[in-house]
Design a protein around this ligand. Structure first.
Ligand code: C2E
Ligand code: CA
Ligand code: CA
Length: 564
């Protein structure tokens, strides 16, 4: 059937017959010339020239072993060792049993014995060898990445799994690396140049796995995967080895970053290990000093945890898992400390993880804008609470809320806030706004404009964490604020550290200059409180008086304060 088809298509594969005996060449040729295009060579040297010239066209070489000059064995060895010729199958012509074994060991596809068999048998052997070789080329091509010759992703994982099954005792490393700023190389030098780099890297990687016994693949564009038995300290040498390209690539310097997952016996499958190596590699994206890193399980689980919190946020808001706590602020200007206001602080009661502090989730939410949702939720709660205390106990207790940096840049902020205060029947000055000092230093002009507008609406602004940012004195004097809240860090050591004590003194002086009250937070002891009082601090917030309280506990505190 195959023969018929070939004849019909008029397509003839080319066969080279190499034999120094004219008669033998012609006899064999006669058997094959109906089916194939046959070319001839009368010795090994002529044959080698022809093979090199016709390497793309040749489907088979039929080779006599005994010839003058270059004999059949030597020619066979040359063909098998040459990566460009290796794909051409070779059938040897021989009359000795010994020679059959040797030539098969040297990589011959088959042999034909002299004197010649019936032509049908010879034709069948020829066809079989050609078909086998063509099939294996097709398999090779589907398994391999065309440019680098390394495995493609699919076969890489398939063979990797097989390797694992065969050597389940051998600890394997999963390495993923890519080339830093490869797109720039492509843009600067052209895609062909980029490809030649990939190709050369492919060759280096191939060398590594052939020496260490492993597998390699091109995972995607400029990203490679290597799966190899663990060798101590090998990773330290690999990046340099891989990027030490040959002179032909000029002086274009390339660098790679490599993520490594070393098998720790945790039984992850190969793909999971490569996911982790890839993740580690991605983390190195912005690092120009580190070119490899090992996967860190602790870091990974932290990240998974953060992702989970981000995912759960909407549901948590809808289900009221966020609770607003209130920490009282006391005025210490007169004889006995007097409750004057509170700060609203959020806690998350997660159904699975239990209580989570704001120091964990606020930074996460700040990174992606979710903070605005949470803040709005807290402002609503706090405003409703002020209203409720007023209605229940007839007292005005202003509550300060945290306005994060992202909120401060929202042009709708004034509108959002006034909608909240008016819905709860509150004067705007009852909802105090805490804006952290570092927000001012980020983009002072815009924040100052926002603050000016909010103050025009009647809101009072407290500068939070004062001393932690870098406000210049010059900026401070023109700053429209209503209170300075000292950063807790200074308060912590105020009694033991003279420098901190001096600093707090200076900050209080600055507040005087600005003509605004000073609030100290994080005050835990009587000594701290007394020292602050001496230095002229007006308001104290901290564990010394009270931890942040639930709305019910704060209500109880109000009742004690006013004596009901
Ligand atoms: P912050 O605004 O500086 O709040 C003061 C923090 O100090 C609170 O921590 C409070 O519980 C804690 N604290 C108060 N007194 C003491 C004390 O005597 N000693 C010590 N060691 N700590 C004290 P918390 O509640 O963990 O909040 C941490 C930060 O999270 C807050 O710092 C604030 O920046 C942010 N935050 C909390 N709730 C919200 C919110 O609803 N929205 C926004 N944007 N940020 C919030
Ligand atoms: Ca605050
Ligand atoms: Ca603060």
């Amino acid at each position: 059937m195959q023969e018929l088809l070939e004849r019909q298509k008029g397509f003839h594969r080319t066969i080279l017959i190499v034999d120094d005996e004219f008669i033998e060449r012609e006899m064999l040729g006669a058997m094959l010339q109906d089916l194939y295009e046959v070319i001839y060579a009368e010795n090994g040297a002529v044959a080698l020239d022809l093979i090199r010239k016709e390497k793309m066209r040749l489907s088979l070489v039929i080779l006599d072993l005994h010839m003058p000059e270059l004999d059949g064995y030597s020619l066979l060895k040359i063909i098998r060792a040459d990566s460009e010729l290796r794909r051409i199958p070779v059938i040897v012509l021989t009359s000795e049993k010994e020679a059959e074994v040797t030539s098969l060991q040297l990589g011959a596809a088959d042999f034909i014995t002299k004197p010649y068999d019936v032509p049908d048998v010879i034709r069948a052997r020829v066809r079989h060898s050609i078909e086998l070789a063509e099939d294996s080329i097709i398999i090779h091509e589907t398994e391999r990445d065309e440019l680098t010759g390394l495995f493609n992703k699919e076969f890489f994982f398939q063979y990797g799994k097989r390797l694992d099954q065969q050597n389940d005792q051998l600890p394997m490393d999963a390495l993923v690396f890519d080339i830093n700023r490869f797109h720039i190389i492509n843009e600067l030098y052209g895609k062909a140049f980029g490809n030649s780099i990939l190709k050369e890297i492919g060759t280096r990687v191939h060398e590594i796995v052939s020496r260490t016994g492993g597998l390699a693949c091109r995972l995607s564009n400029n990203c490679f995967g290597i799966y190899l038995p663990h060798v101590e300290y090998l990773h330290e040498k690999l990046p340099q080895y891989i990027t030490g390209l040959s002179g032909s690539l000029g002086d274009c310097k390339i660098s790679i970053r490599m993520g490594i997952y070393s098998d720790d016996g945790s039984g992850l499958d190969m793909e999971q290990r490569f996911d982790r190596a890839a993740l580690t590699c991605q983390k190195l994206r912005n690092s120009y000093t580190t070119c490899f890193a090992f996967y860190n399980a602790e870091l990974h689980s932290k990240e998974l945890y953060s992702e989970r919190l981000l995912e759960d946020m909407d549901k948590a808001l809808a289900e009221g898992q966020f609770r607003v706590f209130y920490q009282p602020k006391y005025c210490i200007c007169d004889g006995t400390p007097r409750l004057v206001s509170a700060e609203a602080l959020t806690r998350w009661h997660h159904p699975e993880y239990g209580a989570i502090g704001p120091d964990v989730f606020i930074p996460l939410f700040e990174n992606n804008g979710l903070i605005q949702k949470l803040d709005r939720y807290v402002w609503n709660y706090a405003a409703a609470q002020i209203r409720q205390w007023k209605t229940e106990y007839g007292v005005d207790i202003p509550v300060s809320v945290n306005v994060s940096r992202v909120d401060a840049f929202n042009p709708m902020l004034g509108k959002i806030l006034s909608e909240i205060t008016s819905r709860n029947g509150l004067e705007n000055e009852k909802l105090l706004l805490e804006i952290t000092e570092s927000a001012y230093t980020d983009d002072s002009r815009q924040i100052i404009d926002t603050v000016i507008r909010l103050r025009e609406q009647g809101y009072k602004i407290e500068m939070d964490d004062f001393g932690s940012g870098y406000s210049s004195l010059n900026m401070l004097t023109s700053l429209p604020i209503d209170a300075l809240k000292l950063d807790m860090h200074f308060i912590r050591n105020i009694c033991g550290n003279k420098k901190d004590c001096r600093l707090v003194g200076i900050m209080i002086e600055i507040a005087r200059l600005l003509n605004v009250p000073v609030i100290a937070e994080g005050v835990e002891t009587k000594e701290q409180m007394e020292l602050l009082k001496e230095l002229g601090c007006d308001i104290i917030q901290g564990y010394y008086f009270s931890k942040p309280l639930s709305a019910e506990d704060f209500s109880a505190l109000i009742r004690t304060e006013i004596g009901v």
